[in-house]
Ligand binder design. Structure first.
Ligand SMILES: [Zn+2]
Length: 127
């Protein structure tokens, strides 16, 4: 049985490698999802479309912060998680030699998943 160990929280996780997108020396999960130039462009564009702002995050607490109801509401949590998944997928496609999903298509996908998840939650909540 393999037991996964997370990288040091103080640095944003395990340094995966050098970032292919921006050249950062240590590409942590936090870097790929929040700090990288691609991620930042993605966040800005999606904010323009949805009005949902990514809360101020740091490498030591980003994961708990995006799930904290006191920091962002449930709808914002959902869209932020969809965004992160989409950024991560684009990062992996780029890293593994696939044609990266263009940003507009990636944003469309994140929004589509967000609306489906929201509709499912409202149905479950009886709204
Ligand atoms: Zn980068």
């Amino acid at each position: 049985m393999t037991i996964y160990r997370a990288g040091p929280i103080s640095t944003g996780g395990i340094a995966l490698s050098t970032c292919d997108t921006c050249g950062a020396r240590e590409e942590t999960t936090f870097h790929a999802l929040v700090e990288c130039t691609y991620a930042r462009r993605f966040w800005i564009r999606l904010r323009e479309l949805t009005g949902v702002k990514l809360p101020n995050l740091n490498p030591t607490s980003w994961a708990s912060a995006i799930l904290d109801n006191r920091i962002c509401g449930v709808n914002d949590q959902t869209i932020n998680l969809c965004r992160m998944w989409s950024v991560w997928r684009s990062r992996n496609d780029h890293r593994h030699g696939k044609a990266p999903i263009d940003m507009a298509a990636s944003i469309d996908w994140a929004l589509d998943v967000y609306f489906h998840l929201n509709a499912a939650r409202e149905k479950t909540d009886g709204k």
